[in-house]
Design a protein around this ligand. Structure first.
Ligand SMILES: [Zn+2]
Length: 342
């Protein structure tokens, strides 16, 4: 929320100025700008004119201090100021003042990749009251879309298909698309490695979240705030009801359901990498041999206990080459670790 000061119109450099930027609450406090003040205004280039200072001598005592709103002027949702920031922000995912931006972001290539949901379309959807939040997109019919300016049957059908076709983009893209402050693509991917579903972020504690590598306290707080707002949860429910997949991709791959245990050193990779390969390809990585174990992968200097147990239980033992054969070309795919905090 950016405060704007209204002025008695004044001409500066050939342009009539009637509103000025007050930047943020700190700026207002620092300059002690009050309602009714006479102020110095500067205008440079195309930048919105701003207040340089207050003419204190011109005060007559009727000036009123500015009370910065704690609720969004557009939707009434409680504003949030994160540590280290000066701006008060509305984090309501269905805030009318932000609908166009949020629709556009949701449809962007890195998020849900909805072709045809650009600036103009997002704006038109908002103006015609067809989409108040990203959840509404999935309930639009071809008939609805035909109401958009410049849309004919073909283009309406294309957009409809693009929206419906975006339901399975995966957890990290959904998290990114929601437009949570500080949750960019990289952070969204990191989160998707640690939770199984969008809903997990509602349940997870601030401490747990902050302890995830690369997340930290500020990002964690932003996420927890986002999921503490009923308005936001409603939109997520709407998405879920529409069939948008909010959970991690089911792991299907050549190792699906197979339980692997490793012993000794591998030349190809660390134990951690081996775990990621197994889990990334749908297998299960276990630390000890049991009757459930399908394969014991034997590296250099294997542990005697694991070997003995595998022999006793009749677990199939393979060497590193056998393992890499099973992995095949999948070895160099982008394999996401599937550790879960739950
Ligand atoms: Zn708002």
């Amino acid at each position: 929320v950016t405060p704007v000061g209204k002025l008695e119109p004044v001409e500066i450099g050939g342009v009539v100025v009637s509103s000025v930027s007050l930047f943020n609450e700190d700026f207002i406090r620092e300059k002690d700008v009050r309602i009714g003040d006479r102020v110095f205004v500067e205008r440079a280039g195309d930048v919105i004119p701003y207040v340089v200072g207050v003419i204190e001598e011109a005060r007559d005592g009727d000036e009123k201090p500015i009370e910065f709103p704690r609720e969004c002027p557009s939707c009434g949702s409680k504003l949030l100021k994160l540590p280290g920031e000066v701006a008060w922000r509305c984090i309501n995912v269905s805030c009318p003042a932000q609908v166009v931006l949020r629709l556009k972001h949701w449809g962007s290539r890195e998020a849900m990749d909805i072709r045809g949901l650009g600036d103009a379309t997002a704006k038109a959807l908002h103006e015609r009251g067809l989409a108040k939040d990203v959840g509404d997109l999935y309930y639009l019919t071809v008939k609805d879309l035909l109401r958009l300016p410049g849309f004919a049957l073909r283009s309406a059908m294309n957009l409809y298909e693009a929206i419906q076709g975006s339901k399975n983009r995966g957890l990290s893209r959904v998290l990114y698309g929601l437009g949570i402050r500080y949750v960019g693509l990289t952070t969204a991917r990191k989160l998707a490695e640690h939770v199984k579903s969008v809903w997990d972020l509602k349940e997870i504690s601030l401490e747990q979240l902050a302890s995830v590598e690369g997340i930290g306290e500020v990002v964690a707080r932003s996420i927890k705030e986002f999921f503490s707002r009923k308005e936001n949860l409603k939109v997520i429910e709407k998405l879920e009801r529409a069939g948008v997949k909010l959970s991690a991709e089911d792991r299907v791959g050549p190792l699906k359901g197979k339980v692997f245990v490793f012993t000794g050193t591998l030349r190809c990779c660390t134990r951690e990498k081996a775990r990621r390969i197994v889990e990334g390809l749908g297998g299960v990585f276990a630390n000890s041999v049991s009757s459930r174990t399908d394969y014991l992968v034997v590296g250099e200097q294997p542990g005697k206990a694991k070997l003995d147990k595998a022999r006793k239980l009749g677990v199939k033992m393979i060497n590193e080459e056998d393992f890499l054969d099973m992995v095949g070309d999948y070895g160099d795919i982008d394999i996401a670790p599937q550790t879960s905090l739950f």
